[in-house]
Design a protein. Structure first.
Length: 418
């Protein structure tokens, strides 16, 4: 068996939905990359009995337990003393951590309280996982060959400690002769049920040591093939053959074989074709441009965008004709065509994408119901293509669906015309 891990997140704010748990996602992805299988994620209250119960159960099931949260300077942060008692330790003040905390408060020109100094108190039975980015250190305990790590809940601090301090220890201490291998296939434009029907016989014929998972999201379905191997070379070839067989069944819908989003596939094409992109957004409110700039190096292909929410902005900044808006309305094929062409011209780009729609929950009419969205992609040669969507989700989910469709649309346009 591969080594196994359980992630435990601590905090009432997670349980009531006040804070989104991104930590367990990052931890799981990181552990998967070093051949550690996450078998369970648990969210618990800041209560001593809950922490102990979760830890007892986790140590019975896994080789590695990772806590996040509960390490702050306030009274409700009890993880450190609970773990100290659990592992039979005594609190001691760590001079390296104390000096680091003092330096942080000095640089900020802030008074340092005693409760801040207590951040440097750690159990004498733990290995300190130094937190270069914050005041709460991580801690690593060992019991009968199993590892228990406690990391801060602040995401960027947790990620830093995990990557820099914990992962090297886990790799050295929890090696396994069995490796978890994964293969991915990213599809767009085909429903999960239709996809399953197309490849049913391939899935049924899989050996028992392989498992195919369907990972649907808006406008995209990812397939993940997983297997455990003691001979990864031979198994890799076998898994590749399975994924090639699946791809051959659905060639029109295959985007790629890397576990990345549609945005990455589209922006790679922009780079490869040396194209400059512009955006003209109405209903998406800049969300597409936001995703463009989330990718490092986007300045190489992104000229910029216009959030033309109001009709007068559509006219004055990207050249939509008033007559078009009067005759067809803002949410129309004619308007998004002019938005895309105007963005190409005004922003001096090679290619542009535009969006206009009614995301709800209000604003629809019998002729143009809530969920109606038009998209257009145009290039500097004057070629324009449009797509129409009729969505049924909530406002924010509709926006996500439109943007994902935009990435798939942009990618297909580039492949067709460049």
């Amino acid at each position: 068996m591969p080594r196994q891990a359980i992630i435990i997140t601590i905090g009432d704010e997670l349980l009531i939905g006040q804070t989104l748990d991104t930590n367990s996602v990052y931890i799981a992805q990181t552990l998967g990359g070093i051949n550690i299988e996450v078998i369970r994620k648990v969210a618990i209250r800041d209560k001593k009995e809950d922490i102990i119960e979760a830890l007892d159960d986790a140590l019975n099931r896994a080789d590695l337990v990772i806590f996040t949260g509960g390490l702050g300077p306030t009274a409700d942060d009890i993880t450190k003393p609970v773990l100290c008692d659990y592992f039979g330790g005594t609190m001691v003040r760590n001079q390296q951590v104390l000096s680091h905390v003092e330096a942080i408060f000095s640089k900020r020109n802030m008074p340092m309280l005693d409760r801040n100094a207590r951040q440097a108190d750690v159990p004498d039975v733990c290995t300190v996982l130094f937190n270069q980015l914050g005041t709460a250190p991580g801690m690593l305990f060992e019991q009968e060959g199993k590892l228990v790590a406690s990391l801060p809940g602040v995401p960027f601090e947790m990620q830093h400690i995990l990557d820099r301090e914990l992962v090297p220890v886990v790799q050295a201490r929890l090696q396994s002769s069995v490796q978890l291998l994964h293969r991915h296939l990213v599809t767009s434009g085909i429903a999960e049920s239709v996809l399953a029907e197309r490849i049913e016989d391939i899935e049924t014929a899989l050996p028992e040591y392989m498992h195919l998972a369907y990972l649907p999201s808006l406008r995209m379905v990812k397939l993940r093939l997983t297997a455990e191997a003691t001979d990864p070379t031979a198994l890799s070839a076998e898994m590749d053959a399975v994924m090639q067989q699946i791809a051959a069944r659905i060639p029109a819908y295959v985007i790629g074989t890397e576990d990345v989003g549609l945005d990455i596939y589209a922006t790679r094409l922009l780079l490869e074709k040396n194209l400059l992109l512009a955006t003209a957004e109405s209903c998406t409110g800049g969300y597409f441009g936001h995703q463009v700039t989330n990718v490092a190096g986007s300045s190489k292909y992104y000229k910029g965008g216009v959030i033309s929410y109001a009709n007068d902005i559509k006219e004055s900044l990207i050249g939509v004709q008033q007559s078009t808006l009067v005759a067809y309305g803002a949410v129309s094929e004619e308007t998004v065509r002019e938005m895309a062409l105007g963005a190409v011209q005004e922003l001096k780009a090679d290619i542009a994408i535009s969006f206009s729609g009614i995301l709800g929950p209000e604003g629809g009419t019998p002729e143009k119901p809530v969920g109606l969205v038009w998209l257009a992609v145009a290039n500097s040669a004057g070629i324009v293509e449009t797509r129409k969507m009729q969505l049924r989700y909530t406002r924010l989910v509709n926006k996500e669906a439109v943007v994902n469709e935009g990435w798939a649309f942009l990618r297909s346009f580039i492949l067709d015309h460049y």
